[in-house]
Design a protein around this ligand. Structure first.
Ligand code: T46
Length: 138
């Protein structure tokens, strides 16, 4: 069955603005993310013409944040696509399992932080789009 992309939205990450002008602090506590974080990785020094992702996950969920700079995340449920621009460190995108994702249009200096529900396991990846389409139909 197809995951409804309408239910996927950018989420606010609480921001604490120092009243004395020392800058901002954002904090992610356990209630913001519906799983225990088992892994953290980050993408950086990504050329602007690169496309990252290009796969789906069977079980893995993740929360993406543009810690610096900006990039686009294209989500695909096997039937339709929706693009999110991540360009603020206090916004995050929760990607459920069973969604194809592509990350593109990285700005200079962009850093994509990923908070992940699973340890790395290549078996969890669907890297072929036709396989993904079949997987969605099941
Ligand atoms: C995702 C997007 C946003 C590891 O050894 N450990 C890891 O934790 C990860 C994430 C990757 N790798 C290896 C596997 C590949 O040989 O690093 C190489 C690059 O990985 P990949 O081509 O999957 O990178 P991206 O940026 O296309 O995808 C990654 C994540 O794999 C994926 O889950 O959603 O970032």
């Amino acid at each position: 069955s197809y995951i409804n992309l309408k239910n996927i939205e950018l989420r606010d990450i609480p921001k604490i603005i120092a009243q004395d002008g020392r800058g901002n602090l954002s904090v992610i506590e356990k209630d913001l993310i519906p799983y225990d974080i088992k892994r953290v990785y980050y993408l950086y020094d990504v050329p602007s013409d690169s496309i990252r992702g290009g796969h789906a996950h069977k079980e893995l969920q993740q929360f993406l944040i543009a810690l610096s700079g900006s990039f686009d995340v294209v989500l695909d449920n096997g039937k339709e696509r929706k693009t999110f621009t991540l360009n603020r460190p206090n916004k995050g995108l929760l990607i459920p399992c069973g969604i194809w994702r592509e990350l593109e249009n990285f700005s200079a200096g962009a850093v994509c932080l990923s908070l992940v529900s699973e340890v790395y396991d290549e078996e969890d990846y669907i890297r072929d789009y036709d396989d993904f389409k079949l997987y969605c139909k099941d």
